[in-house]
Design a protein. Sequence first.
Length: 204
Amino acid sequence: MPKDGTETRLQILDAAQELILARGFAGTSVDDILARTGLTKGAFFHHFKSKHELARALVERHSARDLERFEAILERAERLHRDPVQQLLIFFGLYAEFLEELADPTAGCLFASYLYESQLFDDSVLEIIRSNFAHWRKRLGEKLRAAAELHPPRIPVDLDDVADMFNAVAEGAFVMARTEQDPKVVARQLRQMRNYVELLFGAA
């Protein structure tokens, strides 16, 4: 049975992501990817017309997986409790568990790697990341507003800023994990975010 090329494309994407997380986009060449995969330049350019096209494909894949995971964890939290505050606390707890199970959290986040080198990409690539963050803000903001209706916050806060804190804490924690070479940092920081929300709404 002839192959449709899917396996080769995935092999390129996986190798490129691993290398970019370790070296950055500018520090990763097509030859590096070929050396890692054992593929030919012909095979690479059959799937990606340029390194920039590969970059966009990687960000699109990462974003799709990230949003799918986010929704799955949030939906699970919603099934486990009716109270929106408790749903948020469960969500953060479940996400921390997911982060603890990552093979190597010290490798960092693909979004962060790209943003550090944003000058190398056009707005179409950056817009994927912006859209991803906006989705998180919208969904967590909705949940936070539902929580605030039942449990007024103990201090004045902008709930969209609180929603954005999730990405700020997570991305910063990936930097810390890489700096300290401590794979548990990211999950620990997410649990601190959980503690903050619990204190904010006075949840028992």
